[in-house]
Design a protein around this ligand. Structure first.
Ligand code: FES
Length: 134
């Protein structure tokens, strides 16, 4: 039997990064009710372990997609052609589990997103995308 750890890439010096928007709409129960916003980052950090750094950001300027998360590739993933993937309406734990499984498998550039995660993906303008890189 192969254990899960045998398939997980070794932690990299430059792992994936997950940016979790916590601006004016994302993370606000009045704007997106019925979601445990306060626990979302902690659950995600627990699920990804060392496979990704999870950070909060201010508004990413795509509030109609709240809650927004951006999965940025690891150095190896970027070298393999991976680019930041914007995910919107991330308001359930199944999506969090899929994001965590994806980065544990390597993330953008190294692994395909599992489950229905591609349905959460959306495209942003170049201006919005560049703001995240800063
Ligand atoms: S608050 Fe998240 S995009 Fe504006």
């Amino acid at each position: 039997m192969i254990s899960n750890s045998a398939r997980v890439p070794a932690p990299s010096a430059a792992p994936c990064r997950i940016t979790v928007c916590r601006g004016c709409c994302c993370g606000d129960a009045r704007k997106v009710p019925g979601v445990d916003h306060a626990g979302q980052i902690g659950r995600l950090r627990g699920a990804v372990g060392e496979a990704a750094l999870v950070r909060a950001s201010e508004c990413l300027d795509v509030c109609d997609q709240a809650n927004v998360m951006v999965v940025q590739p690891s150095a190896a993933g970027r070298a393999a052609g991976g680019r930041p993937v914007w995910l919107g309406l991330v308001n359930d734990d199944d999506a969090l589990a899929d994001i965590a499984a994806w980065v544990r498998a390597g993330g953008p550039g190294l692994a395909e997103p599992p489950g229905v995660l591609d349905l959460y993906e959306f495209t942003v303008s170049r201006r919005v995308g560049k703001a995240l890189e800063g």
